[in-house]
Design a protein around this ligand. Structure first.
Ligand SMILES: Cc1cc2nc3c(=O)[nH]c(=O)nc-3n(C[C@H](O)[C@H](O)[C@H](O)COP(=O)(O)O)c2cc1C
Length: 197
């Protein structure tokens, strides 16, 4: 498979970047190819401006989209699968990635209306995986309902909601303790996710 990986973290010294390296190492071992969309590295514009807002809320889904958004659509068109790697920040993705969804999941691409009915596209993406490191242990995020809310928003709405039926999330939790055993276990899990993708 060819995988487009959307990576969102400002630091290459971060644990999240190590997760990206482990995951792509595993992907390579399994013979998959990949492209990384480093949102901070490419200085991706996350704010929707007035012109795009007017396009998104206007009647014509065939109007052109901004060039950087079109470039993202092109990378997705080349891929069989999508992966998102980002840290949990305030129980969601970083704002830059939220802005990627605001701007890239455009009207006419991710959804549109026919006779007043909401329509989702027939996405050729076979699979999507969300990998997010978190400070809290996974058990805490499950008990408090935060893990479920993360899945509902990210997986059910932003991925399954636009026609990617095979979508799931893995939280690599417990990082706040800075325990090297937890770190190694999470990195091994990330590598395994790549190997078995
Ligand atoms: C601004 C900010 C907000 C965070 N919010 C959460 C949160 O809501 N829940 C959580 O479990 N961890 C949270 N964390 C912890 C990170 O998810 C955790 O440290 C993760 O392993 C990322 O580490 P890294 O920055 O070294 O990649 C937050 C960290 C930062 C910097």
């Amino acid at each position: 498979m060819h995988v487009y990986i959307v990576f969102c973290h400002p630091s290459k010294e971060s644990f999240t970047y190590s997760v990206l390296e482990s995951f792509t190492g595993g992907l390579g071992e399994a013979g998959h190819t990949f492209e990384i969309g480093d949102l901070y590295g490419m200085d991706f514009t996350s704010d929707m401006d007035l012109a795009q807002y007017e396009r998104e809320t206007g009647p014509d889904p065939t109007l052109p989209v901004p060039a950087d958004v079109e470039a993202e659509h092109g990378k997705i068109a080349n891929a069989d699968a999508l992966v998102f790697v980002y840290p949990v920040w305030w129980s969601d993705c970083p704002a830059k990635l939220k802005g990627w969804f605001d701007r890239v999941w455009t009207l006419g691409y991710a959804y549109w209306y026919e006779d007043g009915e909401h329509v989702t596209p027939d996405m050729k993406i076979e699979k999507a995986l969300v990998i997010c490191p978190a400070g809290h242990p996974v058990e805490h995020l499950e008990e408090t309902g935060i893990a479920e809310s993360m899945r509902r928003v990210m997986v059910n709405d932003r991925l399954k909601g636009i026609g990617i039926a095979n979508a799931s999330m893995v939280i690599l939790g417990g990082m706040a303790e800075k325990d090297p055993v937890v770190r190694d276990r999470n990195l091994e899990r990330a590598r395994e996710l790549g190997r078995t993708f």
